[in-house]
Design a protein around this ligand. Structure first.
Ligand SMILES: [Zn+2]
Length: 497
């Protein structure tokens, strides 16, 4: 295997040593995939212990690179790839060195306990059960933010963990445009009555084997490479890029409402394409990754919503559906399009359509920010949740289970994560705009040539991996970063034009 990246001797030395971190991460990824797909349940204990050991080895091997990374940061003549390697490693080093080991341990313990209680609290729809754990989570999260450090707002430190360089100021700008814009478009869509809130196909049952054939047909349409890619089944669909030559997705079959597995498969394939199309020369390096969670999510949502839910794609996929799911024969592509694009106000985020989705995220962003600074206390949270929800979506959750208790994220201390879902949408809007307000999508999907879109994404985004920060990557490509107006224009064009 020839390896050409990095001419600079210090960076070359870093990459030689980094091979250990790479191999450990590679192994952990395989263990993680196996745990979600094939491992017998009883294996959880030893798998957890093994992964914990490997994680500590990753931490140690990364911290050992500290001296070399500091040395490389003083060099003036690094090229873009080399700078990227040093930048990404500095972020890892910060994460591993700024949070003391006892806090890491406490985080694991609090999270494990909270997750068990959260499941019961959600089942019983009883926030009071979960409240004391959320208190602990908030206290610990504040400590972690303090350790990580921030310029203005403690939430900046958390956002930056998931989206490099993204701050409260940026998020406020994004959501201050997304919320009124989405509300306005939603209002118009509901009163025009073109997009049905519910479609009869939602309650039609399907045969799982037939649906497996549909999904396999989809993967053929997307030309997923057979020798580097596979699909399995898991409770929660996910993608794992073990290496660019070994990328795996999962899907699930609920037996009813076939669009759910269909779009989940397209969504995960979008993630997979990013990992499959990373530049060959980035192999074995810290930049052989997506630029950020937001950028990764832009890829999955681009394929799922802009491509998968388009009129052209509905036509393209219609024969495959008809062939395997006989009940689809009764529906013309135009009717299928409406089934793929129902719009309704609903309380559960994961069931939300693309138009209302950002309102669900804006709510979580506002509340996380306020909880972190103590402007909203844990005890008043359910009320504030419901009030804000009513303001954003014009309806009120009936209970805690369909309100404040619906997501697992807080139990895992993942505050700051939610906004990346909306950033995925924002970046998708910018891609749509750059493609001539969707013209390239209409043209290539209309011809059945999905490869054209794949190539565009590879050349402009995928091949760079994490060489550039998410903001720099966007600025290079679009001349701007995180501009939500493009997304609003996409929604307007699609739903009310
Ligand atoms: Zn995703």
């Amino acid at each position: 295997m020839r390896f050409v990246l990095a001419q600079n001797p210090v960076v070359r030395e870093i990459l030689k040593k980094y091979r250990v971190v790479w191999a450990l991460n590679h192994s952990m990824a395989v263990l993680g995939w196996d745990m979600e797909t094939h491992m017998p349940e009883g294996g959880a204990g030893s798998r957890g212990a093994a992964s914990g050991q490997l994680a500590m080895m990753v931490q140690k091997a990364t911290v050992d690179l500290g001296g070399l990374v500091s040395k490389a940061e003083k060099l003036r003549d690094l090229d873009d790839e080399e700078k990227g390697i040093v930048r990404v490693l500095r972020r890892d080093l910060d994460f591993f060195t700024k949070i003391p080991p006892e806090l890491v341990e406490e985080r694991e313990r609090v999270s494990a306990e909270a997750t068990v209680v959260w499941r019961k609290a959600r089942k019983d729809s009883d926030f009071k059960l979960f409240a004391p754990h959320l208190e602990k989570i908030m206290e610990l999260t504040r400590k972690i933010a303090d350790c990580l450090g921030y310029a203005k707002h403690p939430y900046d430190a958390l956002l930056n963990l998931y989206e490099e360089g993204f701050s409260v100021r940026d998020a406020d700008m994004v959501f201050s445009r997304l919320v009124p814009g989405s509300k306005r478009i939603l209002e118009k869509v509901m009163s025009a009555g073109i997009y049905p809130p519910k479609h009869p196909l939602e309650s039609v049952k399907y045969d799982t084997e037939a649906m497996v054939r549909v999904n396999e047909g989809l993967l053929r349409m997307l030309e997923m490479p057979k020798d580097r890619f596979r699909m399995d089944v898991s409770t929660h669909p996910f993608t794992i890029g073990i290496a660019p030559d070994d990328v795996r997705i999962t899907t699930r079959y609920e037996g009813v409402n076939f669009k759910s597995t269909l779009f989940s498969t397209i969504h995960e394939s979008g993630h997979a394409l990013y990992d499959l199309q990373l530049g060959e020369k980035l192999r074995f390096t810290p930049v052989a990754n997506g630029a950020s969670l937001g950028l990764h999510e832009s890829q999955s949502r681009f394929w799922e919503n802009v491509v998968g839910r388009s009129k052209e794609f509905t036509k393209l996929v219609h024969p495959l559906l008809k062939k395997n799911l006989t009940f689809v024969s009764r529906y013309a592509p135009e009717q299928l399009y409406l089934y793929f694009n129902t719009v309704r106000r609903s309380t559960i985020r994961v069931d939300a359509d693309e138009l209302t989705y950002n309102l669900h995220i804006a709510l979580r962003y506002e509340l996380e920010k306020k909880m972190l600074t103590g402007r909203v206390s844990v005890s008043e949270l359910p009320e504030v949740w419901n009030d804000t929800f009513e303001d954003y979506l014009g309806m009120r959750p009936k209970n805690d289970a369909e309100g404040v208790l619906q997501d697992i994220h807080w139990s895992g201390l993942s505050l700051g994560y939610f906004p990346t879902y909306s950033l995925g949408n924002v970046v998708l809007g910018m891609i749509w705009h750059k493609m001539g307000d969707g013209e390239l999508v209409r043209r290539s999907v209309g011809k059945g040539d999905l490869m054209q879109l794949r190539k565009w994404l590879q050349v402009n985004i995928h091949r760079w991996g994490a060489v550039y920060s998410p903001r720099n990557l966007q600025t290079r490509l679009f001349g701007e970063a995180y501009n939500p107006d493009r997304l609003m224009k996409y929604y307007e064009t699609k739903y009310i034009a």
